[in-house]
Ligand binder design. Structure first.
Ligand SMILES: NC(=O)c1ccc[n+]([C@@H]2O[C@H](COP(=O)([O-])OP(=O)(O)OC[C@H]3O[C@@H](n4cnc5c(N)ncnc54)[C@H](OP(=O)(O)O)[C@@H]3O)[C@@H](O)[C@H]2O)c1
Length: 301
C-alpha cells in the first residue's frame, strides 16, 4: 500500500545520511524540502528533486518562523563542532514550539546513533539497552528524550549503525589510505567491531519510521550487527592490491587529536541489533555483506 504524500522538512539533507533519506522520500512521492545553509547545498537538494529553504541550525530564529506547514521533519543535521549539543538544544527550543502550532501534529524523526550505547563488547545492543554515550554525544540523550516526550510533535528516533556506501561514509578513510598505498589506519585494535548499515538501507528505515513508526518508539538501524573493523580494512588493502602495506592500529587519543573528540567513537567495540525494526516495521536490508561489496567494487573506484 502506498503511503499518502507528505510535506517533509529534512535538516541535514545533503549529509551522508540525509541525502539518502531525501532521495528515498522523493522516490516515494513525498514533497521534500531541505534546510540549506549555502547555495551549494540548495543546488544539491534541487538536483535530488527537493525544494529548499535557506537556514542554519545554529541560527533557528532566522528561518523557523518562516516554515511552511509540514507533516513531518527528519533531523539528520550536525556539524561535529564542539558546541553541537548547545546548537541542537537551541534548535529544539525554537523548532518544537513552531511545529506545535501546526495541525495535524507533525511527525519528528530524530537521529540518535550506535555510539549512544557505548562499547557493548559481546552484548548486542538494542532499543532496550541503557545508554552509555560517548561524552562527545551525551547531549543527544536528553534531546532525544525531549523529542519523544514532546506534545508538540509525534516523535520517533532512529539509531543508525556506522553508515557506509561503497567506498564512502565510514569507509572513506580506509579507501583513501588504500588508494594512496599507505598502511590503512584503524582506530582501536583488530578486535574492534562496528555495526554497519548501507545508507540506502538506512534511508528505507527512516522512510518506514516516518510513515509507520509508532509515536515514542526508537528503532536501531544495523544491517550487520557487528564486524571486525580490521577485516574491513584488510579487505580494502586487498581490493586495492596493497595487502603488503598492511594495517596500522592507532589509539583513540591519536584519532581524537587528528579528527576531533568525536573520533573516539571509532574505537568502540560494538554490536547492535535491528530485530525490532525488522519485526515491527518490516524493514528489509539489501546490503548484508560489506566485505563482499568492498572486494567486488569496480576498479575505477
Ligand atoms: N554517518 C554515520 O555513520 C552516523 C552513524 C550514527 C549516527 N550518525 C548521526 O547522524 C547525524 C548526521 O550524520 P552524517 O554522518 O549524515 O553527517 P554529515 O554527512 O556530516 O552531514 C551533516 C549534515 O548537516 C548539515 N549541517 C551541518 N551543520 C549545519 C548547520 N549549521 N546548518 C544547517 N545544516 C547543517 C550539513 O549540511 P551542508 O551540506 O551544508 O554541510 C549536512 O547536510 C549526526 O548526528 C551523527 O552523529 C551518523
Amino acid at each position: 500500500m502506498t503511503a499518502p504524500q507528505r510535506r517533509i522538512l529534512v535538516l541535514g539533507g545533503t549529509g551522508s545520511i540525509g541525502a539518502a533519506v531525501v532521495a528515498e522520500l522523493v522516490r516515494r512521492g513525498h514533497q521534500v524540502t531541505g534546510l540549506a545553509r549555502s547555495e551549494a547545498s540548495a543546488q544539491r537538494l534541487s538536483a535530488m528533486g527537493a525544494r529548499s529553504i535557506a537556514g542554519d541550525i545554529a541560527a533557528p530564529a532566522g528561518w523557523v518562523e518562516r516554515l511552511p506547514p509540514v507533516d513531518a521533519v527528519v533531523h539528520a543535521a550536525a556539524d561535529f563542532a564542539s558546541d553541537m549539543g548547545a546548537v541542537e538544544t537551541r534548535l529544539l527550543d525554537a523548532l518544537l514550539p513552531a511545529l506545535g502550532g501546526m495541525q495535524p501534529k507533525p511527525r519528528f524523526v530524530y537521529t540518535g546513533g550506535c555510539w549512544l550505547y557505548g562499547g557493548t563488547g559481546d552484548r548486542v545492543a538494542d532499543e532496550a539497552t541503557p545508554f552509555d554515550p560517548l561524552p562527545e554525544f551525551a547531549w543527544m540523550v536528553p534531546n532525544l528524550d525531549r523529542v519523544l516526550a514532546s506534545d508538540d510533535v509525534d516523535g520517533v528516533v532512529v539509531h543508525p549503525a556506522m553508515v557506509y556506501a561503497g567506498q564512502d561514509g565510514v569507509f572513506r578513510r580506509f579507501a583513501g589510505d588504500a588508494r594512496a598505498g599507505r598502511p590503512i589506519r584503524v582506530v582501536g585494535g583488530p578486535a574492534v567491531r562496528w555495526p554497519l548499515v548501507h545508507r540506502d538501507d538506512l534511508a528505507q528505515l527512516y522512510a518506514s519510521a516516518l510513515e509507520r513508526g509508532a509515536r515514542g518508539e526508537s528503532y536501531c538501524g544495523a544491517s550487520v550487527d557487528g564486524i571486525a573493523v580490521g577485516k574491513i580494512a584488510a579487505a580494502f588493502a586487498r581490493r586495492h592490491g596493497r595487502a603488503e602495506a598492511g594495517l596500522r592500529f592507532i589509539g583513540a587519543g591519536d584519532a581524537a587529536r587528528e579528527l576531533g573528540e568525536w573520533a573516539r567513537g571509532l574505537a568502540l567495540d560494538q554490536q547492535m541489533s535491528s530485530a525490532k525494526a525488522r519485526r515491527v516495521l518490516g524493514w528489509r536490508t539489501l546490503h548484508c555483506d560489506p566485505l563482499a561489496e568492498i572486494l567486488s567494487a569496480p576498479a575505477q573506484d
